[in-house]
Design a protein. Structure first.
Length: 231
């Protein structure tokens, strides 16, 4: 399922078999899957563990997961027991930055910082709460830490099928200029968006990827085409 602008009241269900859907995207050329436990993000702990295990078992490509990963046991379970390739942490990175550094040190290269911004400010708890810390300020704290990536989402764009705006691209470039590997998320709606991001990546190689969600379910982007352009 997908949300619009992180609003749980605006959800669209695209299928009732997550593992089957995951296999479809792998067969269409995806090289990595981005998973979000939406229930877990609200609850503050993993909820859809059985579905996540089924996805990982069904496919051969790596999976990254965000949503409700706020303690060491949950993170260890996902990375070691379930077989998730990398975990995405947002809420606890803001609330407990020293704890976040320790987690990255325990699992170097396997932890991504989830930067979800509403009007430039970091949103947490499944986007239900907005802090008074800017995305740039939070990211700057972790320069030099062995992060897998910084996943930057402008919540205003997410699920709206309206493209990636220039202000969001500028924000991502600023993060990339810190030396952080940045992944674009939210608003990637057409192949033109993928082409724009690929062009930016050629100028700023620290922009290393893009997450496409609703657009592949709606059919405005074919996975194989996006992979070819981004490659």
């Amino acid at each position: 399922m997908r949300l619009r602008q992180g609003d749980y009241a605006q959800e669209t269900v695209f299928g009732d078999n997550p593992a089957e859907m995951a296999l479809r995207w792998q067969q269409e050329g995806a090289t990595r899957l981005h998973l979000v436990d939406l229930d877990g993000a609200k609850a503050g702990r993993p909820v859809n563990v059985a579905a996540i295990k089924a996805i990982v078992a069904a496919i051969d490509i790596p999976c990254e997961l965000g949503g409700g990963l706020r303690d060491l046991d949950s993170i260890r379970t996902m990375l070691i027991d379930v077989g998730i390739d990398r975990v995405i942490i947002g809420t606890q990175a803001l609330k407990q930055p020293e704890w976040f550094r320790e987690i990255v040190q325990k699992f170097p290269g396997c932890v991504a910082l989830g930067l979800d911004a509403r009007n430039g400010m970091v949103a947490t708890a499944g986007w239900l709460d907005v802090s008074q810390v800017t995305a740039f300020e939070l990211a700057k704290q972790f320069v030099g830490v062995d992060l897998a990536a910084v996943i930057y989402t402008n919540i205003a764009n997410d699920g709206m099928m309206q493209g990636v705006d220039e202000a969001t691209i500028d924000d991502m470039v600023k993060l990339a200029e810190l030396g952080l590997p940045v992944i674009a998320s939210g608003g990637v709606s057409t192949l033109a968006d993928v082409e724009r991001l690929a062009a930016v990546s050629r100028r700023q190689p620290n922009l290393v990827g893009a997450i496409v969600g609703r657009a592949i379910y709606e059919g405005t982007i074919r996975v194989a085409d996006a992979v070819r352009i981004a490659g």
